[in-house]
Write a protein that binds this ligand. Structure first.
Ligand code: ARG
Ligand code: ZN
Length: 868
């Protein structure tokens, strides 16, 4: 019974380890029902050692078998469900000794997908953050770095491939059809980077030569039937390796680098040393089965995990409070990589807009809600709940600010010093900041507030033009709303790129440093009233509070030379009109038309500029959210846009076809994005006229982007033929799990459509579908999370039926997989923002979940903080 009070871990309570490990030898006999793990560990006194100190190892769901010290059976120990405490160590623990432990785990019963588990008959591991303790008793903390030598044994017929970290030392045949493989990782690593894989897998491989002239073997391992879907991941890996050499001077340090794909996985992927394990979703792609978004995601996740080899593995985190040290930095690196892959400056801007849009849709709400935390949290109950958009995406924005501040070269100097100082160590966010500061001779002390304070800063803008003196005075005032545990905030160091746009068009960009609560700048010799373009390229992750006139916003939308702010002006205009329940006026329609017809703009940019702000972003602008009113206003606005520009949409649809062999590059995917936005707009304008064109596209498409977009347009609009196309789609792709996930997700994300039954009823039917599996995270998410988190208008029903479904689903998932359940639990985070009757019904659903006596620590933390 887990009824005790929740335990909190605190950053300031960090103590270095009492003991530490040198060499670790693991001998693992794989059996789904009973895997025997023998460890032989060299133990040394750690930095907090005191003579006579007992050694406390952690273990979870393990059957303890035996313990030996220096070869002798040892009896002075205590076992609890989660610890093994060893007393009476030789020489009071002051000198090196050898520990041998035998324990047993049961991979086939492991539905949490942490530790060692079975997926489709093969073995996989996931150890970050604290999964290694489900494999053997250990010092399972990132600041204990050891050298691993791993021998895997298994029946050869069922498990022909045996993989672990590092280099393959030997393979042997054993009696009774068993075989073994021994792997050695030359680099010391924390246990969270350990991995093993065993089963019936095949690989594609390539040999490449890296900057120092060394030959490296690259492999991508998948189930045999997926082999032809690995090319894009391999190309992405090779591009990532070359990019990291060029941009940061970082070379692959192992002879062999492997990626393995698995269909059951909690997150996106994992950077285990030399043996990355990936959700199949981020490896497998072919034009017929993967969309342009899938191709782009694969490229960025492959890069992300590869980049971790330096930022994460060579230099790792001292403790889990420092998670953003590796994640924020690595997201920044993968964003920069993907931006460079776009192939042009305008392509880079498109990538920037996409990244910021994600940040504002997901991270800003988190930062304003009950789970708000600094990028370096001070407290957690369950670390798995802190793999958040704050730690990752806001963490990346904070790293980006160093680069804005120091320039690319200064940033590179800081990175070089960081590796020079800390290679092979487990360090903190402060160490990273110190390297950036010292390498550039800068005082970055105020910059630390970005690490310690939660909440999105708000910058209030007051701009006054003094025509008599030809002066423009700009006053900026920063504030940050209270967040849990932080009532008062100190001012942040905020760097804002600004530009005064005048009729003469003499645009000079400047960088303003806002370090106090309020500051004023005066600009001289401004001949005409300027239009202020502020926070260009989103130079700081803040909310700008600026009552800019519609006229000025239209000027920015049509002529700002910063593409980000051009996009931003359009978003702001649309947002204000939607929130005021207005339709787009002729001035805005004309501005949109000009953008659509401008031959100098990328199709990808046009698509972004004409896509309306998401409902979740609109919610954050309100004091009290009525989700149905916002939905209705947004839909009417969109319909008007569709109708007023119907001719343009029809022309764009024709002009942006991509004939010839499929290419997933920025230009072609941008064209498809714009064409498919046009298609969906046309169905908004008149489903009767345009549905046949969507059905035709669905039938003749030679790639998933176009086929799926056509299907989505039909389904989202409840158009004629939607049901038949859905059925056809299912039949075509019945044995492709990732495509069937799309089929489920599409139906779960349909907004309310007049005359159709509620999406909730549809979702309940999907849950009974023979292909639905609650145990598989991708499938569960494609139905349940999509409905609860990505389909606001269907989810937020005044009768509370969506919330009841949510509560039931959280409680059903929690005993199977606490991490997947806890993510779903977050869907009600912002309940206090909603108007009645929504708010009370959400609260009741949260209370219903909180009342469950057997909640996992994961879900318990989320719901108790939501209600707290
Ligand atoms: N380090 C991984 C990544 O960002 C994420 C692993 C998180 N896994 C977890 N169970 N919390 O690439
Ligand atoms: Zn990562």
């Amino acid at each position: 019974m887990k009824t005790e009070l929740a335990q909190s871990f605190r950053r300031l309570e960090y103590r270095p380890p009492v003991y530490t490990f040198g060499q670790v030898e693991l001998d693992i006999a794989l059996d789904p029902a009973r895997t025997i793990v023998k460890s032989k560990i060299e133990v040394l006194p750690g930095n907090s050692f005191e003579p006579g100190a007992p050694m406390v190892l952690v273990g979870q769901e393990l059957e303890f078998v035996s313990l030996r010290i220096n070869g002798e059976a040892h009896r002075r120990f205590e076992l609890t469900p989660e610890t093994l405490t060893i007393h009476s160590l030789p020489k009071e623990g002051a000198e090196k000794f050898t520990l041998e432990i035998i324990s047993i785990c049961v991979p086939e019963k492991n539905t949490s997908l942490m530790g060692l588990y079975v997926s489709n008959g093969n073995f996989f591991t996931q150890c970050e953050a604290e999964g290694f303790r489900k494999i053997t008793y250990f010092l399972d903390r990132p600041d204990v770095m050891a050298r691993y030598r791993v021998t895997l044994q298994a029946p050869e017929a069922q498990y022909p491939v045996l993989l672990s970290n590092g280099n393959l030392l030997k393979e042997e045949k054993l009696p009774n059809g068993w075989h073994s493989a021994t792997w050695e990782d030359p680099f010391p690593k924390p246990s969270y980077l350990f991995a093993l894989v065993a089963g019936k897998l095949e690989c594609i491989e390539e040999t490449i030569t890296t900057s120092s002239g060394a030959k490296k073997l690259l492999q991508i391992w998948v189930e045999p039937h997926d082999l032809q879907k690995t090319r894009h991941a391999m190309d992405s890996l090779i591009a990532s390796i070359h990019w990291d050499e060029k941009r940061f001077g970082l070379e692959l340090d192992l002879e062999r680098f492997m990626i393995v794909a698995v269909g059951d996985f909690n997150m996106g992927a994992m950077e285990n040393k030399g043996l990355n394990i990936f959700n199949t979703k981020f490896v497998l792609a072919q034009p017929e089965t993967a969309t342009d978004a899938d191709f782009a995601n694969i490229e960025s996740v492959v890069a992300h995990e590869y980049f971790h080899n330096w930022t994460g593995n060579r230099v790792t985190c001292q403790d889990w409070f420092q998670l953003s040290l590796k994640e924020g930095l690595t997201v920044f690196r993968d964003q920069e990589f993907s931006a460079d892959q776009m192939g042009s400056e305008s392509g880079r801007a498109v990538k920037r807009i996409e990244d910021v849009r994600l940040l504002r849709q997901l991270q800003f709400p988190e930062d304003a809600g009950p789970m708000a935390h600094p990028i370096r949290p001070d407290e957690y109950q369950e670390i798995n709940n802190f793999y958040t958009v704050t730690v990752y995406e806001k963490g990346s924005e904070v790293v980006r600010m160093y680069q804005t501040l120091l320039g690319r070269d200064g940033f590179r100097k800081g990175m070089d010093l960081y590796f020079q100082r800390h290679d092979g160590q487990a360090v903190t966010c402060d160490d990273f900041l110190a390297a950036m500061a010292d390498a550039n001779g800068k005082d970055l002390s105020q910059f630390k507030n970005w690490y310690s304070q939660a909440g999105t800063p708000r910058v209030k803008v007051d701009g006054q033009y003094d025509a008599a003196n030809k002066q423009y005075r700009l006053t900026l005032t920063q504030s940050c709303a209270p967040t849990p545990g932080q009532a008062e905030k100190k001012p942040f160091h905020i760097r804002l790129k600004v530009c005064l746009i005048t009729a003469g068009n003499d645009q000079v960009e400047q960088l303003l440093e806002l370090t106090e609560s309020t500051q004023t700048w005066t600009f001289d010799h401004i001949e005409d009233r300027p239009v202020l373009s502020i926070n260009r390229n989103f130079s700081a992750p803040v909310n700008i509070d600026f009552e800019q006139s519609e006229e000025d916003l239209l000027t920015l939308l049509s002529s700002d030379d910063d593409p980000f702010n051009r996009w931003e002006a359009g978003q702001k205009l649309a947002m204000q009109m939607i929130l005021n329940n207005r339709l787009p006026d002729s001035a805005l329609i004309n501005a949109y038309r000009e953008i659509l017809l401008d031959p100098n703009l990328d199709p990808a940019f046009k698509e972004l500029a004409l896509t309306l702000p998401a409902e979740s972003y609109l919610y954050e602008q309100c004091k009290s959210v009525d989700p149905q009113k916002i939905f209705a206003a947004r839909i009417s606005f969109r319909k008007e846009l569709a109708k007023q520009l119907q001719l343009e949409w029809a022309a764009l649809y024709q002009q942006n076809q991509t004939p010839g062999p499929f290419k997933s590059d920025a230009i072609n995917s941008g064209k498809r994005a714009l064409k498919n936005l046009a298609l969906s707009m046309l169905l908004d304008a008149d489903p009767k006229i345009w549905a046949p064109m969507a059905r035709n596209q669905f039938q003749i498409a030679d790639n998933m982007t176009d086929r799926y977009a056509a299907l989505a347009a039909l389904v989202m609009h409840g158009a004629k033929g939607a049901a038949e196309c859905l059925e056809d789609f299912y039949k075509r792709f019945a044995d492709d799990a990732l495509v069937i996930d799309k089929w489920f997700a599409l139906q779960s994300s349909r907004p309310p459509v007049e005359g159709l039954e509620s999406t909730l009823n549809e979702v309940k039917r999907l849950r009974e579908h023979p292909a639905f599996k609650l145990n598989n995270p991708n499938r569960a998410r494609s139905v349940i999370h999509v409905f609860c988190a990505n389909n606001p208008a269907s989810f937020h029903q005044a009768d509370g039926s969506g919330y009841a479904f949510w509560a039931e689903s959280v409680l059903a998932l929690d005993p199977i997989n606490p991490q997947v359940a806890a993510r779903l639990a977050r869907a009600l985070d912002r309940w206090r923002l909603f108007a009645e009757p929504y708010q009370s019904k959400m609260k009741a659903a949260l209370e219903q979940v909180a009342a469950c006596q057997t909640l996992s620590p994961d879900v318990k933390e989320v719901v108790s903080k939501a209600l707290g």
